[in-house]
Write a protein that binds this ligand. Structure first.
Ligand SMILES: NC(=O)c1ccc[n+]([C@@H]2O[C@H](COP(=O)([O-])OP(=O)(O)OC[C@H]3O[C@@H](n4cnc5c(N)ncnc54)[C@H](O)[C@@H]3O)[C@@H](O)[C@H]2O)c1
Ligand SMILES: [Zn+2]
Ligand SMILES: [Zn+2]
Length: 370
């Protein structure tokens, strides 16, 4: 069928919105009509080359959709179902899925090839060339064909533009605080970088019962949103956060610090590690350039203060359990999704949306499909 998609043809090029050809789903796949797609910073990492991917690529990994067609072997999904994309597929059967670590599903290996799980061949063609989908979902497209392991069915009562946010940003940020940092009632938590991910790390910390949440961002408007979402204190950078945290905690420092800046850089790790107390933890959720291998930190402090440094992929939880749970929290008024969606764009306006992200205008911009 004919569809329209935002394609990346090379590093540092703009997204090119064009007509594409889309194949029918294979037996384990579904055809979806996209409703909304969030502009996460991870797609920007494709543009800058931080995250290498097969090109041409169709971007987008945070989205909501309606099922239009299901392959012969698909169970549990029918046309008309509302779904959100899961940027890490979960098979439900591998060692990781069956032991409560769906974000580590073995199907994740296909993310490295960037080609569909079912048979490794592109489903979409642009200008006659096969197109690789970002995170196996490539949802900057009016329609897409994805593996059943890459979608999570949701309650049709939830508005699909808000549901799209839970597909990556909300689940990743919330899980970084709740699952990876393991925030407990009464904790002191610092979130460094307030965008689509950091704003939800703030919400996760609040829901987990943190007593003090310090939001760190260089942009005042983002700190204002962070306060509405639960931040009790704010700082403009990691160094002023250090003085603030020392003062608030009488020198003990924070229980956890979560790094959710646009690009994780080695020189940020040391100052973030210094924010936490003896036995505290630092969670690195922000993505670094593929080639970044140097980190600046005090190994003395790491060992003798018994600190932990942890990575977090998709919030370290289980998308099939966490996504419906987060949507229930939204419906019960405990999780704010309305304040996160700053502006909607048409697919044709996607480069404008990314420019607004770069200049710090949005908590989250979203492409709304007709
Ligand atoms: N680990 C995962 O599974 C996962 C999932 C999604 C996104 N990510 C990554 O998380 C990061 C954040 O994504 P996002 O969509 O929220 O990006 P974003 O651009 O919306 O937000 C990043 C924020 O960091 C702020 N910032 C930059 N440098 C800073 C500094 N030194 N101190 C404080 N704040 C600073 C920016 O002003 C911006 O508001 C990206 O690297 C993204 O690729 C990781
Ligand atoms: Zn994302
Ligand atoms: Zn699995």
């Amino acid at each position: 069928m004919e569809a329209k998609a935002a394609i990346l043809w090379g590093v540092n090029e703009p997204w090119s919105v064009e007509e594409v050809e889309l194949d029918d789903p294979e037996p384990s796949e579904v055809l979806v009509r996209m409703v909304a797609a969030g502009l996460c910073h991870s797609d920007e990492h494709l543009v800058t080359g931080d995250l290498p991917i097969y090109m041409p690529a169709v971007g987008g990994h945070e989205g909501s959709a309606v099922i239009e067609k299901v392959g012969a072997n698909v169970t549990g999904l029918i046309p008309g179902d509302h779904v959100v994309m899961s940027f890490i597929p979960s098979c439900g059967r591998c060692r990781w899925c069956s032991s409560g670590h769906q974000t580590l599903c073995d199907l994740g290996e296909h993310l490295m090839t960037g080609m569909p799980i079912a048979n490794g061949a592109p489903r979409m063609r642009a200008r006659g060339q096969g197109v690789g989908p970002m995170s196996l979902v490539g949802c900057f497209a009016t329609h897409q064909v994805v593996h059943e392991a890459s979608v999570v069915k949701i309650d049709p009562e939830v508005p699909l533009d808000k549901a799209a946010l839970v597909s990556c940003g909300v689940t990743t940020g919330w899980g970084s605080a709740v699952n990876t940092a393991g925030v407990r009632p009464g904790d002191v938590v610092v979130v460094v970088g307030i965008g689509g991910i950091g704003s939800n790390a703030v919400q996760g910390a609040r829901i987990a019962g943190a007593r003090i949440i310090v939001a760190v961002a260089p942009i005042e408007s983002k700190l204002e949103v962070a306060k509405r979402l639960g931040a009790t204190h704010t700082a403009s950078d990691v160094y002023s956060a250090f003085s603030l945290v020392n003062e608030i905690t009488w020198g003990q420092r924070a229980d956890s610090a979560i790094l959710t800046v646009d690009v994780a850089r080695g020189e940020l790790i040391g100052p973030t590690l210094s924010l936490v107390r003896k036995g505290g933890n630092v969670v690195v959720t922000a993505l670094a350039p593929f080639t970044q291998s140097e980190v600046n930190l005090s190994l003395f402090e790491l060992t003798l203060w018994h600190k932990e440094l942890r990575g977090s992929l998709f919030g370290g939880g289980n998308p099939r359990a966490d996504i419906p749970k987060l949507l229930k929290l939204y419906q019960s008024g405990q999780l704010d999704l309305d304040d996160l969606l700053t502006k909607t764009y048409s697919l044709e306006e996607i480069n404008e949306g990314y420019e607004d992200m770069r200049t710090g205008k949005n908590i989250r911009g979203v492409v709304a499909f007709e």
